[in-house]
Write a protein that binds this ligand. Structure first.
Ligand SMILES: Nc1ncnc2c1ncn2[C@@H]1O[C@H](COP(=O)(O)OP(=O)(O)O)[C@@H](O)[C@H]1O
Ligand SMILES: [Mg+2]
Length: 222
């Protein structure tokens, strides 16, 4: 069974009185444990697609199943549950809370999901991303690469099987970006399904499969 199965996904946004068609019938199947990158020009629909795959947004038409469970048509409460149980999300802007320590930022989703505040879990995640020594620091004291590592640790705290990242290295220099990709490769080796949107073709080629999206269609159309 595929971990993600998207069929005929469309997304239309309203811009004033105009309809903007961001996705025009995307079919995409991703197997558990794959490392996939999504590339394409600006405005192609990459973010629209990732947000739908991650249940942050709903499609205008088409169907999505996560781990064999149909997602389409579910209400926000159910989508929150699916996100919590299956999906970790990483963004270009790290979205850390500046008044919380690194450790507290990583643990925040545990509070939102009503899970026990597992300090050992937080410590082991910080170790995994190479930031054990930064647990008591604040985001403002970190470099961009370190902030993104914190965001990745936070995305993993609920043990998701799927990690989605939208231009995660867009604000980082190439050496730092390389380190973040190494971390994705490591997570992939540990069995997590990793899906990364990037502008950078060279980084994209490091994945097992590169998907190109153009004008709202995958690989030129399907
Ligand atoms: N909230 C929105 N309202 C109106 N149009 C949008 C909205 N979000 C995205 N779009 C449009 O949808 C298309 C795809 O956008 P997006 O998925 O963000 O592209 P990408 O991430 O590939 O750069 C673009 O034409 C964009 O302008
Ligand atoms: Mg985008």
């Amino acid at each position: 069974m595929s971990i993600i199965e998207a069929t005929g996904i469309c997304k239309t946004y309203q811009r004033g009185r105009e309809d903007v068609c961001a996705l025009r019938g995307v079919n995409l199947t991703i197997e558990a444990g794959e490392f996939v990158t999504i590339v394409g020009p600006s405005g192609a629909g990459k973010t629209a697609l990732l947000n739908i795959l991650g249940c942050l947004d709903t499609p205008s038409c088409g169907t999505l199943a996560i781990d064999g469970v149909p997602v389409t048509g579910k209400g926000e409460a159910e989508l929150v549950k699916i996100r919590r149980e299956h999906i970790g999300f990483v963004f270009q802007q790290f979205f850390l809370i500046p008044t919380l320590t690194v450790g507290e930022n990583v643990g925040l989703p545990l509070i939102f999901s009503g899970s026990p505040y597992d300090r050992q879990k937080i410590e082991s995640l910080l170790e995994k991303v190479g930031l054990s020594h930064r647990a008591e620091h604040f985001p403002g004291q970190l470099s961009g690469g370190e902030m993104q590592r914190v965001a990745i640790a936070r995305a993993l705290v609920n043990n998701p099987r799927i990690l989605l990242a939208d231009e995660p290295t867009g604000n980082l220099d190439s050496i730092t970006a390389d380190g973040i990709y190494r971390l994705f490769e490591e997570l992939h080796r540990q069995g997590i399904t990793v899906i990364v949107v990037t502008h950078n073709r060279e980084l994209a080629q490091r994945a097992g499969r590169v998907i190109t999206i153009r004008d709202g269609l995958v690989n030129g159309g399907c």
